[in-house]
Design a protein around this ligand. Sequence first.
Ligand SMILES: Cc1ncc(COP(=O)(O)O)c(C=O)c1O
Length: 328
Amino acid sequence: MNSVKQPIYLDYNATTPCDPRVVQAMLPYFTEIYGNPANGLHVLGRKAALAVETAREQVANLIKARSNEIFFTSGATESNHLAILGTAEFAPASRRKVITCAIEHKAVLEPCKRLAERGFEVVILPVDENGMVRLSDLEKALDNNTFLVSIQSANNEIGTLQPISNITSMAHHYGALVHTDAAQAAGKIPVDVNEWEVDLLSISAHKMYGPKGIGALYVRGGRRKIPIRPILEGGGQENGLRAGTLNVPGIVGFGAACEIAIAEMPTEAIRIQSLRDELEKNLLENISNLRINARYAPRLPNTISLTFEGEEADALLARLPQLMMSTG
Ligand SMILES: Cc1ncc(COP(=O)(O)O)c(C=O)c1O
């Protein structure tokens, strides 16, 4: 009998493996079509530019946006910074409040902290026991001084889905912009920027079987509709919003991952959710001190968050080295 236990990777919200079809799509852009898409004077530059625009269309399709509303970045961290810090640059003097929530990723909380240092009032809404923002708390916090509401679409640890459409209509009533960090939602559940009516939305390829180091920021109506100042300036790429030579293989891989997600999400979400539900049922039947967090909240189909009463999570995982999971 083989006594070596096979590792089990259960950390897909931290990062996913790259789909082999994504890798195949990327390969020619490392060694054959390596031109700089900013240079339309030769065929390799033009081919690279064409591939970038095809990928932009694929990414836009995933979230029901227009391709001129998609700006490539290095990932959701950068997209969140660009959304929050970039729009704050043009916040009118009469609007100096930002509203976010306690379970945001640090890639949202840190730029909000930066704004607090610059004199903005930052309101961090608490969440209920399921990780949901209470709309009554949001209503109390909103006023005509609010410039931005940034609430995640889906949480990375417990998977809770926030009521983004409700949040947007409330925030827009007060004339505030809405940003959502959809790094965990995109590719796992349907994301429709028009249904949600968000102004800015961050996504990341490596959370959905794409490569690491590439993401995008959706900006409603492009740069002219939502005033936003670049963080990185230089060569004027991405319509002047994000300078730097484009990561063409990464962008092509991101586009391929989006196309795969569009085709496979409906069946994959059902398959993964049924595996998740079965795992939860078996765990509950066999372990007495177990609590499943946010079990009855709307949540991502792939996510499971467990509390073992009286157990330290890190100590527990140290005893199970073949299980690859996150604690939080
Ligand atoms: C909700 C959320 N936002 C942002 C990030 C950061 O994404 P990236 O690694 O693409 O910068 C992550 C990933 O850990 C995340 O889960």
